[in-house]
Write a protein that binds this ligand. Structure first.
Ligand SMILES: *Cc1c(COP(=O)(O)O)cnc(C)c1O
Length: 401
């Protein structure tokens, strides 16, 4: 902190570029503070945050409720490790299971770790329930994103992400998304099938209810566990608490993360009793996961994200925003798709990076989804008025391309 006080934004950026590993290409401003859907940089410029820290800041920035719970718990007990029980963690598990198909929860620190846990649970379940060491294959889909660690990266079939790091976890097959005929390729060798009910990084593609139903049926035929990755699409983003709700299909496991603690790092793997019963003491662990600090905040966030009024607001404002995006008169837009406040604007060419880049000068924080889709994932507290401002600024960007 001492270095940055009287430096210009350009000097801070230069220091960052010199000292941070170059895995992220960042724009040349420095963010300083936020309030709700707005963020300001160190030069006082305001941005509407329609990226929300990649669908994390569901309640916006500097939320006073989160700040109060955080301060209160920080002054009480922050970390104990998982060697001990603490009330906030158990309360959160109680809430997550009461509101879902699941009976038990395993906490992690991120989305990729929740998926790693799901991989391990699926492997262990296959050994215990099917009494075989041969049932180890995992199925995922084209354009999926399940994370960047070696196991979940193997389920993220994007050449640029995988190629530098092979060999990855073996025994993975990739099937076309929403293609019912391809489900015949799922055999008794599979211990689990991973799918995002709405693909977030891969272009905002929704799995059809028919596809999810057929997938559930195929999983049951071959004894594979169905895992829904709702790290991005879950927890109110679609206007339902869970993205899979609309299909009526239930998984055996579900992974959560991004918005669950309002900006603090957390992940969760939810599982049925049948699956969780395959795990024994010592099978998996995490030093930091589910700490009283983070789960205290997550309890507060979950209560607010699961409230009927908030979900109704997401449906209403999301519908309004989608209609306004569809009404933009631009030759660059091919399609607007998605549900609730998980929308995608597909361009007629690879314009996403350019639109994101132009966003900074127009007071917008944006994020792409692949090269030709702009992801529209604002905080869930966004208002119609802020959506109007966003659409005005986006329209101006598109007109200048
Ligand atoms: C972001 C994301 C992940 C990975 O989460 P991290 O917290 O970045 O590890 C996994 N699955 C989906 C669907 C995601 O959007």
């Amino acid at each position: 902190m001492t270095i940055a006080r009287d430096l210009t934004a350009a000097e801070i950026v230069a220091l960052g570029e010199a000292r941070l590993v170059r895995t992220y290409k960042r724009p040349p401003m420095v963010l300083s503070h936020g309030r709700g859907v707005q963020v300001w940089d160190t030069d006082g410029r305001e941005y509407l945050d329609f990226a929300a820290g990649i669908a994390v800041n569901a309640l916006g920035h500097a939320d006073s409720g989160i700040a109060a719970v955080l301060a209160e718990q920080a002054a009480k007990l922050m970390h104990t490790s998982n060697l001990y029980h603490t009330l906030p963690q158990i309360e959160l598990a109680e809430k997550l299971t009461a509101h879902s198909f699941a009976d038990r929860v395993f906490f992690t620190n991120s989305g990729t770790e929740a998926n790693e846990a799901a991989i391990k649970f699926a492997r262990k379940y296959a050994r215990v329930a099917h009494n075989t060491h041969e049932k180890t294959q995992i199925v995922c889909f084209d354009h999926a994103f399940h994370g960047r660690t070696i196991g979940s990266l193997a389920l993220t079939p994007k050449e640029a992400y995988q190629a530098p790091f092979r060999p990855l976890m073996p025994d993975v097959i990739v099937l076309p998304f929403n293609d019912q005929a391809a489900l015949a390729q799922i055999t008794e060798r599979a211990c689990a099938v991973f799918i995002e009910p709405i693909q977030g990084e891969g272009g905002i593609h929704e799995a059809t209810p028919e596809f999810l139903r057929a997938l559930r049926e195929r999983c049951d035929q071959v004894g594979a566990l169905l895992v829904f990755d709702e790290v991005q699409c879950g927890l109110g983003r679609t206007g339902d608490l869970w993205a899979h709700q609309a299909s009526g299909v239930l998984p055996d496991m579900m992974t959560l993360a991004k918005p669950l603690a309002g900006g603090l790092p957390i992940g969760a793997l939810l599982a049925t009793e049948r699956v969780a019963a395959a795990l024994s003491y010592g099978d998996h662990g995490s030093t930091f996961a589910g700490s009283p600090l983070i789960t205290a905040v997550a309890n507060h966030v979950f209560d607010r994200l699961s409230a009927a009024e908030l979900l109704a607001q997401v449906r209403r404002v999301g519908g309004y925003l989608k209609a306004r995006l569809q009404a933009i008169n631009s030759a660059h837009i091919k399609e607007v798709r998605g549900r609730g406040l998980m929308l995608g604007v597909e361009f007629t060419s690879d314009l996403a990076a350019q639109v994101v880049e132009q966003g900074y000068a127009h007071g917008l924080l944006l994020v792409g989804s692949g090269s030709d889709v702009l992801r529209v994932i604002p905080p869930l507290i966004v208002t119609e008025r802020q959506c109007d401002q966003f659409v005005e600024r986006l329209t101006a960007i598109l007109a200048n391309l």
